[in-house]
Write a protein that binds this ligand. Structure first.
Ligand code: SF4
Length: 220
């Protein structure tokens, strides 16, 4: 099989979207295998496992088979695999509403324009905040309707860093921005109070699936 027509898949499952502007919607997830970015607070490190090699066609068919209103391609880091591009195109061609979540350290300029892309901005507690792909920000601002940014906060230091980072990168007031907490590391009430006090134009989110199911449950 041609390399670009295959993809390494960690899991495909049907769940409730737990994060993003689409929180609460039923969603089919395609979790691609592999990342290696090494975020200290990673909650999907099991995606580092090698996964199963599948054809793009088979992967798309399985995800579409759930009949969910949304399909999210995630990881691991989905943009590491060349096969992600034909997968996204195939899903879009079949009229699926497609979300992509990326760790934010690789460029997103090759992603099909029909995809809604969620880009992580890594804070200092991740240990990899120096590796955020800055070029993505100017690119996203040109089409704000198809991008949003996700910032995961573990401490007051992360929060203050994120606040000035968004200003410095001219992201405040442009694309949608969502702040969430590292589950179990920061009390959500504190983040809510900081956001209100500073009147930041960002939306707060919690990982809904970790409240519905046990926080370490896989495949949800
Ligand atoms: S980019 Fe995502 S999958 Fe990769 S290590 Fe960081 S949190 Fe985990």
């Amino acid at each position: 099989m041609n390399r670009a027509t295959t993809i390494r898949v960690n899991e495909i499952f049907h769940s409730i979207q737990g994060e993003s502007s689409f929180t609460g919607w039923p969603c089919a997830f395609v979790r691609l295998a592999g990342c290696g970015h090494g975020c200290l607070y990673c909650d999907t490190d099991y995606a580092e496992e090698s996964g199963v090699l599948m054809s793009v066609e088979q992967t798309a068919k399985q995800a579409l088979g759930y009949g969910a209103p949304y399909i999210e391609v995630t990881g691991g880091e989905p943009l590491l695999q060349p096969g992600v591009y034909p997968l996204l195109e195939t899903l879009c061609d079949r009229k699926a509403r497609v979300l992509l979540e990326t760790g934010g350290f690789l460029p997103v300029d090759r992603v099909d324009a029909r995809v809604y892309t969620i880009i992580d901005i890594k804070t200092p507690s991740s240990g990899v905040s120096e590796q955020n792909c800055i070029d993505n920000y100017a690119f996203a601002i040109t089409s704000p309707e198809r991008f949003e940014f996700k910032v995961v906060i573990a401490s007051r230091q992360d929060y203050l860093w994120a606040k000035s980072f968004l200003t410095n990168q001219k992201l405040s007031g442009t694309c949608r921005i969502l702040f969430g907490t590292v589950f179990g590391a920061l009390e959500p009430r504190l983040l809510a109070e900081w956001l209100l006090e500073d009147r930041l134009p960002v939306r707060m989110q919690l990982q809904l699936h970790k409240y519905i199911w046990k926080p370490d449950t896989r495949g949800v």
